[in-house]
Design a protein around this ligand. Structure first.
Ligand SMILES: Nc1nc2c(c(=O)[nH]1)N[C@H]1C(S)=C(S)[C@@H](COP(=O)(O)O)O[C@H]1N2
Ligand SMILES: [Mo]
Length: 395
């Protein structure tokens, strides 16, 4: 049985590697032109690991467009501790074709009716601005959705639709100042290069308010963890808005539109404004399903993050929330980076073990115990203790 599983996983991995990136883009592109491409069936089998070219095996949720979750044990990486390694960073696209754009081919149009002097920038032009770096957590708004009942629409994410990386590039503010922003600007829209699978809104646009983009930490990045950005994570240029949820972090940015009227588009929504990360914590290792040994001391490692305000403490409960005990926090590695924490205990009772964790921020905000009803209804931002429970076993 396990032999069979291994073979299947191996075959899938080989298939994915052989298909290659070029093949993926052109096959999907042709299928889309023929009107045959659709979102693949959603499934979330945490044991189904598939490697995209250049990535290590990740939990495949969709094949086309590619949606891959990072196994929790791979969130804290080694390239730049405690950030996620580039080949483990989660992947989420709506595009049916993901063009390969070499830096020398890149043109970014910074335009729109509220731009004073619209301009097209080459990669070399961008490199003439001051280069800045920021390390930040990137998190999808659907975190933990797969754990809720009734099941909600949307990508059935587990806990791994989040990662952290060091991004290097140019400040959006510097670009906006270079072209000039008119007084009547209400928002800035960012458009990606490819075409999404939605025929009614084939272009992926997201909007930010001008105020958010005056944050010097908002950047258009061309490097990840001091190296090339994987195509899957938005090479050659992606938007990074630290402290905010990642749907607005448009990948493969080719157009920046400074607008005096809100854009009317399925992806963009109509309201520009901050979308700060809500406080959350969870166990990264041991991963769910791990069997612990009764009487043997075990160390839990986990992460906790918020929008950059600061984590004061993380507590762990082994009895379903009746009692809580404090975990040991590692030092902060940057305000937008997750805090790593550890907790040691010795399991005694054999059987299933559910572990809850609860983060508290420096301003007193507490990770909610249950999903907020309003958020449950919209299937967004479900950062409760319960969604992030860990399910282990003691033998
Ligand atoms: N071009 C493009 N950018 C995009 C998306 C997308 O579908 N297309 N998805 C957004 C969403 S919903 C998320 S959660 C993040 C995921 O970034 P990643 O694939 O680098 O992990 O990218 C954002 N930027
Ligand atoms: Mo997302």
């Amino acid at each position: 049985m396990s032999d069979f599983m291994d073979r299947r996983a191996l075959l899938r991995r080989m298939g994915a590697a052989m298909a290659g990136l070029g093949a993926y883009a052109s096959v999907a592109g042709r299928a889309m032109a023929a009107g045959t491409i659709q979102a693949g069936p959603a499934s979330r089998d945490p044991t189904r690991l598939v490697a995209l070219p250049g990535k290590r095996p990740l939990i495949q949720i969709y094949d086309k467009p590619p949606v891959y979750e990072t196994p929790t044990g791979a969130l804290i990486g080694k390239e730049i501790y405690p950030l996620t390694d580039r080949d483990a960073y989660y992947v989420r696209w709506r595009e049916a074709n993901i063009p390969v754009i070499r830096p020398e081919e890149l043109r970014v149009d910074v335009a729109g009716d509220a731009a004073v002097s619209p301009r097209s920038f080459t990669f070399d032009d961008l490199r003439r601005f001051e280069e800045v770096s920021v390390a930040a957590v990137g998190a999808c708004t659907g975190m933990g959705r797969a754990t809720l009942r009734p099941l909600l629409p949307g990508v059935p994410w587990g806990k791994g639709d989040v990662s952290a990386a060091k991004w290097t590039g140019v400040r959006v503010r510097d670009l906006l100042e270079a072209v000039g922003v008119k007084d009547d600007a209400v928002q800035v829209a960012f458009k990606s290069a490819g075409q999404t699978i939605a025929s009614k809104a084939p272009e992926y646009w997201r909007i930010q308010s001008v105020d958010e983009l005056m944050n010097p930490d908002a950047i258009l990045a061309y490097k990840m963890n001091d190296a090339e950005i994987p195509i899957w994570n938005g090479a050659p240029l992606r938007l990074v808005v630290p402290g905010e949820y990642a749907p607005g972090w448009v990948k493969q940015v080719v157009r920046v539109e400074i607008r005096s009227t809100p854009i009317d588009n399925l992806w963009a929504g109509t309201q520009a404004g901050p979308d700060p990360l809500r406080i959350v914590s969870f166990v990264t290792t041991p991963q769910d399903g791990t069997v612990l040994h009764a009487g043997q001391e075990t160390e839990l490692t986990g992460i906790a993050f918020d929008s950059g305000i600061g984590i004061a403490r993380v507590e762990v409960s082994l009895d379903g929330g009746k009692t809580w005990d404090r975990a040991a926090l590692e030092p902060s590695y940057g305000k937008y980076v997750w805090r790593v924490w550890h907790y040691r205990f010795t399991p005694r009772r054999r059987g299933k073990l559910t572990i809850l964790t609860r983060a508290t921020g420096v301003q007193g905000e507490v990770q909610p115990f249950e999903p907020l009803e309003a958020h449950y209804a919209t299937a967004r931002r479900l950062n409760s203790v319960l969604e992030y429970a860990s399910y282990l076993e003691v033998a």
